[in-house]
Design a protein around this ligand. Structure first.
Ligand SMILES: Cc1cc2nc3c(=O)[nH]c(=O)nc-3n(C[C@H](O)[C@H](O)[C@H](O)COP(=O)(O)OP(=O)(O)OC[C@H]3O[C@@H](n4cnc5c(N)ncnc54)[C@H](O)[C@@H]3O)c2cc1C
Length: 336
């Protein structure tokens, strides 16, 4: 028998630490419980939202939904050859702990994604990426419960519609409860040192997965605030992608514009735009602002509520638009 918990305090459930209450809450440890949770949710006439580690969410004060925290655990080996290993990982596994486990087994592929907060199940949702690697390149299949079809399904990589910080699961938020993710990793080191500060490792003739993992942790620890100390949700805005024509227009006005190639388009550095718009280190009267060392990170040291975070996000978007004529899009999801 499934029992939903009413009026659940979620203040400790997101890395932005926004005070928030969910109308109902359930901790999901077994995938077989999903149909029962769905039935109870339907009876209440409420939407169902899946919570992982809360590291990519802005929680507003009242969430009129059933919040289901996914804690499904387990790492299963599906196949192993001399070159590869395929694993099925429970959606509630902690991402960084899983990466650390892979590094200890000498499995290569995820080392550039070390120290990203959150859970396995959320990783395909926004196609997590860092330092030249995206999870899309390693996922073979996502297993989920489809709330529309009301059945368990398996979605192969080609159908996940992975894009920059986007996927099928983000497009249809609230439709899928991801139960596990299958990944194919390398048993030989396949280093990706394309990100500037990692290039120095090319000189190491005895490079291991662990060396890259440790370098990534060192860079991240230096650059990003620890959410346990200063609440934040990592990069708060996506790097805007412009057509070549749009880009040329902005570049004419701002010749030192920081940019990167993105296929036949151009990606701008959102952090640089915010910094140039004069908002780095600036905070509003509730203490919400842009981190002093990295303008792209919105910080919430006084644990203000989600509305205050969204107000600040609007301020940033407006200022960047006024300055550069470029639209910023938020990376975290908003729950109301
Ligand atoms: C300090 C810091 C650094 C970060 N660095 C990076 C980075 O380098 N790269 C990067 O890509 N991201 C980064 N992030 C963002 C965040 O860590 C990732 O997006 C992470 O994957 C979110 O995981 P989560 O479990 O906390 O998801 P949550 O925040 O709980 O949820 C995020 C979204 O995923 C959905 N979701 C979660 N679990 C499931 C599931 N099982 N089934 C269906 N939907 C689900 C939720 O409904 C929600 O829409 C960073 C965040 C912080 C705080």
């Amino acid at each position: 028998m499934i029992k939903l918990e009413p009026n659940k305090d979620l203040s400790l459930c997101s890395t932005l630490a926004c005070p928030s209450t969910a109308q109902c809450y359930f901790e999901l440890s077994y995938k077989d419980d999903i149909p029962f949770v769905v039935a109870s949710t339907k009876e209440l006439g409420l939407p169902l939202l899946v919570l992982g580690g809360g590291s990519n969410l802005v929680l507003t004060p009242k969430i009129n939904s059933v919040v289901v925290r996914n804690t499904i655990k387990g790492i299963e080996q599906l196949s192993k050859t001399d070159k590869n290993v395929t694993l099925r990982v429970g959606a509630g596994e902690n991402w960084h702990k899983f990466v650390t486990w892979c590094v200890a087994q000498n499995y290569s592929g995820l080392e550039n994604l070390a120290l990203i907060p959150g859970t396995m199940g959320a990783a395909p949702v926004q196609n997590i990426g860092a330092y030249g690697v995206e999870i899309a390149t390693l996922v073979t299949q996502v297993n989920a419960y489809d709330l529309v079809e009301e059945k368990f399904i398996c979605i192969p990589n080609e159908e996940c519609q992975f894009r920059y910080r986007d996927s099928l699961f983000k497009d249809h938020e609230g439709r899928y409860v991801i139960t596990s993710v299958e990944l194919k990793l390398n048993r030989e080191l396949k280093p990706n040192l394309s990100y500037g500060p990692l290039k120095i490792l090319e000189q190491n003739e005895h490079l291991t997965v662990k060396h890259i993992y440790e370098a990534v942790i060192a860079i991240r620890t230096e650059k990003l605030p620890d959410p346990k100390v200063i609440p934040n949700a990592g990069s708060f805005f996506k790097n805007p992608i412009l057509s070549t024509a749009q880009f040329k227009g902005v570049l004419e006005l701002f010749p030192d514009l920081v940019h990167y190639p993105a296929g036949d388009q151009v990606k701008l550095a959102a952090g640089w735009l915010i910094d140039q718009a004069g908002l780095k280190g600036r905070v509003n009267d509730q203490g919400v602002g842009c981190y002093e060392k990295q303008a792209l990170v919105v910080v919430n040291p006084k644990r203000a509520n989600g509305d205050a975070i969204l107000d600040w996000a609007e301020t940033v978007k407006q200022r960047v638009f006024e300055h550069f004529g470029v639209h910023l899009e938020m990376e975290p999801r908003i729950w109301r």
